[in-house]
Design a protein around this ligand. Structure first.
Ligand code: NDP
Length: 287
């Protein structure tokens, strides 16, 4: 047996600002321990304007990869050697893999949502009609992945026109889904043929937990699956109100766990211990 000591851990982490409250470290470190890997996940504050130096640091420290969060998901694109086709469509990267000093960019947000939808809610997106509340980064990632997975129609609601119309134009020109935009001004009545309703806004995110998206809640039907992307708290007012009407729901914790699990596999090459990651996150978030 080789007795040569190895004190060098493999490093991954997240660059963001603010970043102190990002709980990803908890689930990734739990996964490393479970899988007996000498890897560390670092939560690193990188201010806007310092990303170029941080990406150079990633290379110099020979880190195995990095997650990007606010405000770096779009700004990171010029520092990468390769970008996945889905991430290119979204114009945003949340996971970088360092393969022999070649930096590959991927976006696992939408993929995480999709896996949560398939594996936790048992819904195959193919042929489904989707209503999406919001047109920000999360909405964009989810909408692109739903389109690539064969969803047939999507209605995007947004309170401001620019981001909503941009997303719809992207979907209609670059994917096979039929997309339309609705300016979100009043309570929205969800069409009866909607299969999947997604709240991809930040309405209900901690600490503003006593607000919910403006929809006509009586228009929700038990043929629908209603999803929230907000991981904290996972039991948002939106999902509570929906459950009271006997309609199936999917919380944002699953999306967070699966996007991390996909990143874990991209970095380590190993299947992630999903249940361990979810339990660690639930404990950290006090669920
Ligand atoms: P963005 O800032 O890019 O987008 C926010 C979206 O919410 C926009 O569409 C914005 O509309 C809309 N919005 C915000 N406040 C209101 C309001 N009061 N009324 C109507 N619309 C509103 O944020 P992200 O897309 O990055 O994040 C959105 C949510 O997704 C957050 O809660 C975040 O926690 C969650 N998320 C969850 C992940 C997970 O793994 N579970 C991963 C990534 C994000 P407008 O364009 O008009 O400003």
């Amino acid at each position: 047996m080789d007795k040569t000591p190895n004190y060098k851990a493999d490093l991954v982490g997240v660059f963001g600002h603010p970043v102190a409250e990002n709980p990803t470290i908890v689930m990734q470190e739990a996964a490393f321990q479970q899988m007996n890997l000498n890897w560390r996940y670092l939560t690193i504050e990188v201010r806007q304007g310092n990303l170029a130096d941080a990406m150079q640091g990633l290379r110099v420290f020979n880190m195995r990869g990095i997650n990007l969060t606010i405000p770096h998901k779009v700004a990171v694109l010029p520092y990468l050697d390769e970008i996945s086709s889905a991430a290119k469509l979204m114009g945003a990267v949340n996971t970088v893999i360092n393969k022999n000093n070649r930096l590959l960019g991927e976006n696992t947000d939408g993929k995480g949502f999709l896996r949560s939808l398939v594996e936790e809610a048992g819904v195959n997106p193919s042929g489904k009609r989707v209503v999406m509340l919001g047109a920000g980064g999360a909405a964009r990632a989810i909408a692109v992945e739903l389109a690539l997975a064969g969803a047939s129609e999507i209605t995007v609601l947004n309170r401001s026109t620019g981001r909503g119309q941009n997303l719809v134009a992207l979907l209609n020109t670059k994917t096979a889904i039929r997309a339309d935009f609705v300016l979100w001004e009043n309570d929205y009545s969800v069409p009866a043929d909607c299969d999947v309703l997604v709240n991809a806004t930040s309405i209900g995110l901690s600490p503003d937990i006593n607000v919910k998206p403006r929809i006509v809640y009586s228009s929700l039907l038990d043929s629908m699956v209603v999803c929230d992307v907000i991981p904290n708290p996972p039991n948002t007012l939106f999902l509570n109100e929906t459950q009271q009407r006997g309609v199936r729901t999917l919380d944002g914790l699953g999306m967070l766990v699966y996007q991390g699990a996909i990143g874990f596999k991209l970095w380590t090459g190993l299947e992630a211990p999903i249940n361990v990651m979810r339990a660690a996150l639930e404990e950290a978030l006090g669920v």
